[in-house]
Ligand binder design. Structure first.
Ligand SMILES: NC(=O)c1ccc[n+]([C@@H]2O[C@H](COP(=O)([O-])OP(=O)(O)OC[C@H]3O[C@@H](n4cnc5c(N)ncnc54)[C@H](O)[C@@H]3O)[C@@H](O)[C@H]2O)c1
Length: 394
């Protein structure tokens, strides 16, 4: 029997909200997106009109509304603590864009509050539930590369230049590891489980003189907080070693790398910031093979005419999976407090290890179950929408 839909409100009406609102209102049978909220009511009203959502309200009104069960928080990281706490205290389940907060202690406090109140608290990145990472997980679980021995991950951007356009990057949580590296760390945890120890070196972002005068005319120079370039070695609980290279102080032409080495083969993982970048299997005596996806949520638009934000893919699966966990009475969602705290502790642990010159011992742990394979987002040559949502139910 189809459970009752989870009455959901989106909070934050910025750039990423379009894809969330479209997907949450049309793609998942478990979600009833009944409201769009913002600090300024007019911005919420505009988004609600654009997507045909019944109600527009302020954040305080959403907290006080007895109909709303789940809040999907799409505000910048520095605003998360206050909004999430307000919603948990109001008895709402919360799914938030990454990261929980910019301070690990505050994130722990929120997870403890959610647990105490019996509420679900989930967190992005949800690209780890996409076709790419789930296919890689399935290949690892079925032994295609044997025992995992090591991992190499690298990502680069010009984070200071990016922060001229995405202004929230100028604040806490805007460094490359926290803003982009979190997709790599999230994928690492979703694929291989917990990290136990971290050694690292790092450098801060430079003080940035604005280059784009048309956007930032007359603005004083600024410096993105935190460590913007990190080289780290991680020890995984399964014994594998992982090399991390994240450079936000270089140019924006990303030279992405994500390779998992095993005793019997090697997997090359596509960009974990996307839902379905190619997964390539390398076995002895064979040419590398790009694997077919075993899972749905490939990031493509199956809902109708293409839109300007299709490249943001299947954002919203994390919230839908949490809604299914809630309706099915599972103890936790996949992108749970455990997942969010572990990813954040790894990011913060790299900074601490670099600052102290010591080895950081990770306190938290995370085990995430893979999604069931064989459910796809499109069917009959993509002429019809498929039933990938069914893979989120268990
Ligand atoms: N833009 C992207 O490509 C992208 C991709 C993935 C994830 N994200 C994440 O999604 C979140 C939002 O990103 P965005 O690009 O939509 O940002 P944005 O700046 O375009 O929009 C942010 C929204 O939050 C609201 N807001 C800002 N500060 C607030 C506060 N203190 N209290 C309440 N509301 C506040 C703003 O009014 C706005 O509606 C961030 O955490 C970001 O890391 C963004």
């Amino acid at each position: 029997m189809q459970p009752t839909k989870v009455k959901t409100a989106v909070v934050g009406c910025g750039m990423i909200s379009s894809i969330y609102i479209r997907n949450l209102s049309q793609m998942f049978s478990v979600i009833d997106l009944c409201a769009v909220c913002n600090r300024r009511r007019e911005a919420a009203e505009a988004r609600a009109r654009e997507f045909g959502i019944a109600r527009a309200m302020t954040i305080d009104e959403a907290a006080a509304d007895p109909e709303i069960e789940l809040i999907v928080n799409l505000t910048p990281a520095f605003a998360h603590y206050d909004i999430i706490k307000k919603m948990l205290l109001a008895g709402k389940h919360v799914y938030t864009e990454k990261v929980f907060t910019t301070d690990l202690e505050k994130s722990r406090e929120l997870v403890a509050l959610a647990n105490e109140k019996g509420l679900y608290l989930g967190v992005a990145p949800d690209t780890v539930l996409g076709a790419g990472i789930q296919t890689a997980r399935y290949l690892i679980d079925t032994g295609m590369i044997g025992e995992v021995t090591s991992v190499q991950m690298a990502v680069n951007r010009n984070q200071a230049l990016n922060s001229e356009v995405f202004t929230f990057l100028q604040g806490e949580g805007g460094s490359l590891p926290f803003d982009v590296g979190v997709y790599y760390v999230g994928a690492l945890v979703a694929l291989l489980g917990s990290v136990t120890h971290i050694a690292a070196f790092g450098n801060p972002a430079p003080v940035h003189e604005p280059q784009m005068a048309f956007l930032n005319a007359g603005k004083e120079p600024w410096q993105i907080p935190g460590m913007n370039t990190v080289g780290a070695s991680l020890r995984m609980e399964n014994g594998a070693v992982c090399t991390v290279h994240m450079d936000g102080n270089t140019i924006g032409e990303t030279q992405h790398a994500f390779t998992i080495y095993g005793t019997r083969g090697i997997l090359k993982i596509g960009d974990p910031d996307k839902f379905a970048d190619p997964i390539t299997l390398i076995l002895p005596e064979n040419a590398p093979v790009q694997m077919p996806f075993t899972h749905g949520f490939d990031g493509k638009n199956y809902l109708g005419a293409p839109t300007a934000f299709d490249h943001y893919g299947h954002r919203g699966i994390g919230a839908a999976e949490l809604a299914w966990a809630l309706r099915k009475g599972r103890p936790r969602a996949r992108l749970s407090g455990e997942y969010g705290l572990h990813c954040q502790e790894i990011l913060q642990g790299m900074e601490i290890a670099a600052e102290t010159g010591g080895v950081y011992e990770v306190q938290s742990r995370c085990e995430m179950k893979g999604l069931r394979p064989g459910y796809f987002s499109g069917m009959f040559g993509r002429a019809m929408r498929g039933d990938a949502e069914a893979s989120l139910m268990e």
